[in-house]
Design a protein around this ligand. Structure first.
Ligand code: IVH
Length: 694
């Protein structure tokens, strides 16, 4: 009975996923969808015997860190010849006709994302590989499973028992804008364009992060032995029936004129598409003709990409100004004579950093080329030297902060200059406060940018801890405020004392500590004191924390001023500790553990959590106080030697789970549901033979 219900829910959810993500025609509300999903998740949790890696519930991803295996492609993933000129395109088509006679072509959009190859076995997704070097790619199956438009199980019938389908993982503009806005607010580096964002996201280690980023996947090419089709068009029509997202924007063209028409149309119309494209791909339709034409060493002779030129405009660089962000990073900005580019008037463009500017030898008064390629923020790509004014002088980059006059510094490995005057530089102070009060941090209402500026300029706040000393009678007399707003603000500040620790940690605005990192740090260390005490090595033991983030954390807590702020926040009653965990048992009471190496079934943090909820204690280093080392793969040899010397017991992941009886974590303890999302999604092809061409 249960099994049938699980199957039914999976079928229903697959169906509605397809309606929503592939056909853009949802039939039920989000609420109804979520209700079905919750029921499925509950039943799957209660009945692990019915686990299925392709269940629609896996779309939420996992926090497990997947190391990407490199896997050989069964069929080589070649690149595509490309051209920016219609003339060259016509020559290419002429060559085909000379060799094979008149033939039909399929024109498609060239999607600007990152290539993916999906393998289906008996209608089930078993593997997703990146292009890699064309011969071997990275196994990103766990991440791809979270992309809703990728069918995990095929619909309809007639699919070959084993085949591959290739396409592009895309980040729609809407997801891209949302992601970058979040990153900007977190002080994290922005993605330059949706292509980089898609590729970067696909290589994310935690598939739960991938699941949240709104990727999409469009398929455009089948590969397999003896595919049951004679034309490309037919194969894509079938792929659509099987549930794949295949673009509707394609056409069979009988001659060059029709191809030119398709290109001319999409060169304009692509601006209305919700995702990025950078050209048109022209492919021979007939598989027999394709076979006749064959391949060069790098690319098929039966297909070519015509690439659209990025739109450019020439305009005058009126002046250069500098923006200082909340982290002190200085960004040079070009102020331009307004110019129309790709449908919008451009007045400003980023100049990135001093090096970029020196490279272009850019000077105020120059006529400059502005481009809006894949990038959202227009950029300057060159200077028209022939039109440079005779009296122009090389531009000297600033060496002092434009806001507070402090000498700027450069950090190793960073292209940007920074103003180090954290505590005295207005935009940094105001930026930090705005970050602290934002919804995803302390969620203090009633304080917008203008009000924070007002409070700062009136000497009422100087750093985030001052917020907790504010009194309504200080606020009420300020312009645009009044008693009601003042009361609101005070109430909201008061309420922020109940905000969970992970959001407080995020709100502190430590460089590179975004929302997700803060969550992992809070889960791992459980209190601010523990974070502050942690060594660099211990910090990097938390998920997603690397050396760069660890250094930034250490740097933050080394500043006296920050310690003062922390002290005052603590006195005010802000939460510096995670909620106590619900204990599952006391079976490990009095026992101390060290976790070392990589594990196949649990993340390190999950194991640590299991230790704590069974009453045990986690220790970072091997010493005589340690009772057990839970050893995974690649446990450091130094640790091993020390453990042996001290006679500490070394146990496996399985031994450990056997010791506690069950690896269930009470729901109250899990900040986010963790679902199994193995990267080992059915390794179908291990043969090392040369990949085939198709
Ligand atoms: S066909 C052997 N069709 O462009 C030919 N590729 O520059 C296989 N791309 O690696 C590719 N849209 O990632 C094909 N409609 C489309 C495409 C497309 C984008 C990408 C693909 C390829 C790259 C070549």
């Amino acid at each position: 009975m249960i099994r049938e219900r699980i199957e039914e829910l999976r079928r229903l959810l697959d169906y509605h996923n397809h309606k929503y993500y592939v056909e853009n025609a949802p039939e039920i509300s989000d609420f109804e969808f979520d209700t079905l999903m919750h029921e499925l998740q509950r039943l799957e949790a209660e009945h692990p015997e019915y686990t299925d890696p392709n269940s629609p519930s896996v779309r939420v991803g996992s926090d497990l860190c997947a190391e990407f295996r490199t896997v050989r492609h069964r069929y080589a993933m070649l690149s595509l010849g490309n051209t920016y000129s219609l003339e060259e395109l016509h020559e290419f088509l002429d060559r085909i006709e000379r060799e094979a006679g008149p033939t039909d072509y399929v024109c498609e959009l060239k999607f600007d994302g990152t290539a993916i190859s999906l393998t289906y076995e008996r209608g089930q997704l078993v593997q997703a590989l990146t292009r890699g070097d064309g011969v071997e790619g990275d196994d990103v199956t766990a991440n791809v499973r979270t992309i809703r438009s990728v069918p995990l199980r095929l619909r309809g019938e007639g699919w070959p028992a084993l085949f591959e389908i290739r396409g592009e993982i895309l980040m729609p503009y809407a997801s891209f804008d949302r992601l970058n806005a979040e990153r900007e607010a977190n002080g994290e580096p922005l993605f330059a364009n949706p292509r980089n964002a898609a590729a970067g996201t696909l290589k994310q280690q935690a598939s739960a992060v991938v699941a949240r980023r709104g990727l999409d996947c469009t398929l455009y090419q089948l590969a397999g032995d003896n595919l049951p089709f004679t034309t490309h068009w037919e194969s894509l029509a079938k792929a659509r029936e099987w549930g794949f997202k295949v673009s509707e924007h394609m056409r069979i063209c009988h001659d060059t004129a029709q191809i030119d028409e398709f290109i001319a149309y999409w060169d304009e119309a692509r601006r209305q598409l919700p995702f990025p494209t950078d050209g048109v791909v022209i492919k021979v339709n007939d598989f027999a003709v394709r076979r006749q034409l064959g391949f060069t060493a790098k690319a098929p002779k039966w297909a070519v990409a015509y690439k659209f030129k990025a739109e450019q405009a020439l305009t005058r660089l009126e002046s250069i100004s500098f923006q200082v962000g909340r982290t002190g990073a200085v960004t040079p900005v070009a102020n331009l004579e307004p110019v129309l580019l790709a449908g919008t008037t451009v007045r400003r463009a980023t100049l990135h950093n001093a090096e970029q500017m020196a490279l272009l030898d850019i000077r105020p008064g120059d006529m400059v080329y502005v481009e809006k390629g894949g990038e959202i923020i227009p950029k300057i790509t060159g200077v028209e030297l022939a039109r440079r004014p005779a009296d122009s002088l090389p531009f000297r980059y600033i060496d002092r902060c434009p806001e507070c006059g402090t000498p700027l510094v450069r950090y190793e490995g960073e292209a940007k200059h920074y103003c180090p005057n954290q505590s005295g530089c207005r935009p940094q102070i105001i930026g930090r406060m705005l970050h602290f009060i934002r919804r995803k941090a302390m969620d203090i209402e009633g304080l917008g940018e203008e009000t924070v500026e007002l409070l700062y300029d009136n000497g009422l706040v100087h750093d985030i801890s001052d917020l907790y000393d504010l009194r309504a009678e200080q606020l009420a007399p300020l312009p645009r405020l009044g008693e009601k707003s003042a009361d609101n603000i005070i109430r909201s500040v008061e309420r922020s004392k109940t905000v969970p620790f992970q959001r407080v940690l995020f709100g502190l605005g430590i460089r590179f500590v975004g929302e997700t990192t803060a969550k992992y740090l809070a889960e791992h260390f459980r209190s601010l004191d523990a974070v502050m005490k942690a060594t660099r090595e211990e910090l990097t033991e938390a998920d997603e924390v690397g050396g760069r983030i660890a250094d930034a954390i250490i740097e933050y807590f080394a500043e006296d001023e920050n310690l003062q702020i922390i002290r005052r926040l603590r006195d005010a009653g802000v939460k510096f500790e995670a909620e106590a965990r619900e204990l599952a048992s006391e079976s490990l009471a009095g026992k101390s553990f060290v976790i070392s190496g990589k594990f196949s079934n649990h993340s390190r943090d999950e194991l640590k959590e299991l230790i704590e909820i069974h009453g045990g204690r986690n220790l970072a280093a091997v010493s005589a106080n340690v009772d057990y080392i839970v050893a995974g793969e690649n446990m450091g040899p130094a640790k091993l030697k020390k453990a042996e010397k001290l006679g500490v017991k070394i146990i496996s992941e399985e031994d450990f789970i056997a010791m506690i009886g069950s690896d269930e974590i009470p729901a109250a303890n899990a900040a986010e549901k963790r679902t199994e999302g193995s990267a080992e999604g059915g390794a179908a092809h291990k043969d090392a033979a040369e990949p085939k061409l198709f």
